[in-house]
Design a protein around this ligand. Structure first.
Ligand code: ATP
Ligand code: MG
Length: 567
């Protein structure tokens, strides 16, 4: 179920548990008063909002305690990795507003790690196992049952040394042998049951080419990389908690003194409702063409949210609100949208757009006349001033804002009633015209010249206010509306269904017949706007001159406030 606690108020008063750990270490003079973190993505996909949570913590801790945070690409599996991902990761971190101190790659340490492996073989702490991965898996045992020792476990050191060297020279097939640490096949921690250190991969690496034929496993690379770099606080998600003893084990064997040992601390990962967060599944969505690339505005990727119109500030505020704990949970997507609304309300200029236009003719307004009406850019931010919007005899309004026979409570346009046209006049609807199919093609109204916005009569009490654009002085546009990508609140739990079966068929609606006010001819890709009464939108980078495309970032309605009341 949704976990919708927020740490907003709490965060102001107290430290999160990781900050408390860092402050304690500092007060005890650990690491010579140094704070160093790292953000360690594997370059095998684009970053998602879960990564943003890790980024805010890794970079945030360094900033707060005058330390440094390095970016380290955990590039130990050449099969899945690519420079495309390296570049996108850098771009996304910078967009979020963080700066790394240095960039490192786990592949920078391949030689050191290899030398360390050789050392462990010589010390009798590692051996080459020639069994198949299936057999090795069968021998693992269970948490309550000890595993079975490999027949290769006690082979002579020279034999392992020779085989490992030849593994790296490319003499053996992938999967034919591995290097394992010789620890304890009966350990209650499964990760200690002779874990794999190296496997053979013949695929070239995006940085080291074909220099290496053996590649270290995560557990044999991560802690040591932290150690080589001088990381003091190695922050990662909870699933690595069970790996921590192994992390410490290798560092203990590697470290030269007791003065320095990087510390791993785990925090809860971010899971959001109605989406998936694993790179493997996101890659599948892209590969199967179920979305339009990594930056599809429906994707939970950083580049997807950027394209959709989310701001870095809103993402950071959201992360601040959810905080860091030791418990995994599910966060309601509505909370993220709430943060986006809060931010865009402050920064997005108000403009008019009509998504489903129908013509409104002001029959007593002179033909050919154009009045430039004053439109306030942002009532939340008066210094942004105002712009002009053209008012003419022929306008467009939303089709759904008119009803020929309306119930009493319909405070929009209907014959015989008054309604206000935003920033312009009060008008009275006089009727409409329909085609043979019964569809409304034109609506008629008369304006009251004494009610122009700003005149005393304009204060007359009128229940409804509608947005509109001039028929002649407006631009055609496409508007893309987005809904949740998945139908299910937690798609990852639906193990018996294929990814494509879980998708919301209505997640994208493209409206191609929209009209927007002239002011938007100056819009640049990614610019934010509030379309009056409709929501927040941004200009999609696919727009071209004469073909504007807008994305709906979020609607105006806030579901989060409702959710919060229930808590
Ligand atoms: P995925 O499971 O999506 O493939 P990953 O953990 O394999 O993600 P990495 O590139 O290894 O991705 O992650 C880099 C860092 O981001 C790690 O420290 C990881 O703990 C953190 N991270 C990944 N996913 C999340 C998440 N959902 N919430 C918080 N942190 C995350
Ligand atoms: Mg990973």
């Amino acid at each position: 179920m949704s976990d919708i606690r927020t740490n907003e108020e709490e965060g102001k008063k107290s430290l999160n548990f990781i900050e408390a750990i860092v402050e304690k270490d500092l007060s005890e003079g650990k690491n010579g008063g140094r704070v160093q973190t790292r953000f360690p993505p594997e370059p095998n996909g684009y970053l998602h909002i879960g990564h943003a949570k890790a980024i805010c913590l890794d970079f945030g801790i360094a900033e707060r305690y005058d330390g440094i945070c390095n970016l380290r690409f955990d590039d130990t599996n050449p099969v899945k990795e690519d420079v495309e991902y390296v570049d996108s990761i850098k771009e996304d971190i910078e967009w979020l507003g963080f700066r790394w101190n240095e960039i490192f790659y786990a592949s920078d340490y391949f030689q050191q790690l290899y030398d360390f492996a050789i050392q462990l073989i010589k010390e009798g702490k590692a051996y080459v196992d020639e069994q198949s991965s299936e057999v090795i898996a069968q021998q693992k045992g269970t948490p309550t049952q000890p595993g079975i020792e490999s027949p290769y476990r006690n082979r002579p050191v020279e034999e392992s040394l020779d085989l490992f060297t030849r593994m790296n020279q490319g003499e053996f097939e992938e999967g034919s042998m591995i290097l394992r640490a010789k620890i304890d096949m009966a350990s209650p921690n499964m990760h200690f049951r002779d874990p794999v250190m190296y496997r053979i991969i013949h695929h070239p690496h995006h940085r080291t080419g074909s220099t290496w034929k053996v590649y270290p496993m995560y557990d044999f690379a991560h802690g040591q990389s932290d150690y080589f770099e001088g990381v003091t606080h190695s922050l990662c998600t909870l699933e690595f908690e069970v790996h921590r003893p192994l992390y410490d084990y290798y560092i203990d064997l590697l470290k030269e003194s007791d003065d320095y040992h990087p510390r791993q601390t785990e925090f809860n990962r971010l899971n959001l409702t109605y989406t998936v967060m694993s790179k493997r599944k996101l890659l599948q969505l892209v590969r199967e063409g179920l979305v339009n690339g990594w930056d599809d505005p429906r994707m939970p990727t950083i580049c997807g949210y950027r394209r959709r119109g989310f701001t870095p500030e809103s993402i950071r505020n959201f992360i601040k609100k959810i905080g860091y704990t030791k418990y995994d949970g599910m966060i309601d997507m509505a909370l993220l949208e709430h943060a986006v609304r809060e931010d865009l309300n402050q920064r997005a200029p108000r403009v008019s757009a009509v998504l489903d236009p129908v013509k409104l003719i002001i029959t007593n307004y002179p033909d050919g006349e154009v009045e430039l009406m004053e439109a306030i850019n942002n009532p939340e931010d008066p210094k942004t001033g105002s712009h002009k919007i053209a008012f003419t005899r022929e306008l467009f309004i939303e089709r759904e804002d008119f009803m020929e026979e309306a119930p009493k409570k319909f405070f929009r346009m209907t014959p015989g009633r008054e309604v206000r046209l935003k920033n312009a006049y009060i008008v009275t609807c006089t009727g409409c015209k329909k085609n043979e199919a019964g569809e409304i093609t034109e609506i008629y109204a008369e304006y009251d010249p004494m009610t122009k916005t700003g005149m005393p009569e304009s204060n007359r009490k009128v229940k409804g206010t509608l947005h509109w654009v001039s028929a002649e002085h407006s631009l055609p546009a496409e508007v893309r509306l987005y809904d949740r990508l998945f139908l299910s609140e937690n798609p990852s739990e639906e193990k018996d269904k294929e990814l494509h079966e879980l998708l919301n068929p209505q997640s994208l609606t493209a409206l191609t017949n929209c009209r927007v006010e002239m002011e938007l001819q100056h819009a640049k890709p990614y610019d934010h706007f509030q379309f009056q009464r409709l929501g927040y939108f941004n200009l999609d980078p696919d727009s071209k001159k004469g073909k504007l495309i807008f994305n709906r970032t979020v609607s105006l309605k806030d579901n989060w406030s409702k959710v919060k009341e229930k808590v």
